[in-house]
Write a protein that binds this ligand. Structure first.
Ligand SMILES: *Cc1c(COP(=O)(O)O)cnc(C)c1O
Length: 236
């Protein structure tokens, strides 16, 4: 992908998000774009940063750390870890990311809390919820969400911000919206249960279901392909 293509695809992703917000009757700043840069080189991340993009999502710890070294001069860049998180990788994530979207069990949260360096602010956390049952093995079940939220809210080095989901692919808008609506309702329930918490984030919506997610209240949409182009499947 050339620089011109990236600037065009980023502009069109921004336009798509603002049109979706307008169509949903929501304010233009009600959702922001997380650029998912997994498998893409640091040079493309830098290019997107030069075009004004600040928040980037990564799925693979080692790959992300290498990019962060190359991009260390971009001091206002915000790194989100959005991939499956194994216990032996929590330290690197706690030390090198600003957000983690994929917390789905207490053990992982506990390690992130213990390993978050004192010199950094709290790690911003979204709990990943399994909204499509058998389709995905990761994510906490709706029934266990409140207990996990309560545990995370008790951890001083973590700040619970909201919920994240990766729904099973669905063909039409109505079937895309159903699981996202459940996620929105689950966040609403948590807000009522924990009114003192700053639960302001619904991380949902990808290249294929952005419009459905924005209609259901997404505040952070995670776009990879739509910004950086297709990923070669051989990379991981
Ligand atoms: C890869 C990925 C994305 C981006 O997906 P696209 O379909 O390329 O937009 C978003 N969220 C998560 C968790 C991902 O792993």
């Amino acid at each position: 992908m050339t620089d011109t293509m990236l600037s065009e695809s980023l502009a069109s992703a921004r336009r798509r998000l603002s049109e979706a917000l307008a169509a949903a009757g929501r304010p233009a700043d009600a959702a922001r774009l997380l650029a998912v840069s997994k498998t893409k080189p640091a040079g493309m991340v830098r290019e997107a940063w030069q075009l004004g993009q600040r928040e980037f999502g990564e799925n693979y710890v080692q790959e992300a750390l290498e990019k962060q070294v190359e991009l260390a001069d971009l001091d206002d860049i915000v790194w989100h870890f959005i991939g499956p998180l194994q216990a032996n990788k929590t330290r690197a994530v706690a030390e090198s990311f600003d957000w983690v979207h994929s917390v789905d069990r207490e053990k992982i949260a506990r390690r992130l809390n213990d390993q978050r360096p004192e010199g950094l602010g709290p790690l911003e956390i979204c709990l990943q919820v399994n909204v499509s049952d058998e389709a995905s093995k990761s994510g906490v079940a709706f029934e266990e969400l409140e207990d996990l939220a309560k545990a995370v809210l008790s951890m001083p080095r973590l700040r619970l911000r909201g919920l994240m989901a990766i729904p099973a692919p669905a063909a039409d808008l109505a079937s895309q919206r159903a699981p996202l609506a459940r996620l929105r309702q689950a966040l609403e329930t948590l807000r009522q249960r924990f009114p003192e918490a700053r639960l302001d984030t619904l991380s949902m919506g990808m290249s294929d279901d952005l419009e459905a997610a924005v209609l259901e209240g997404a505040t952070l949409v995670r776009l990879g392909t739509a910004i950086f182009g297709a990923r070669s499947s051989s990379h991981h």
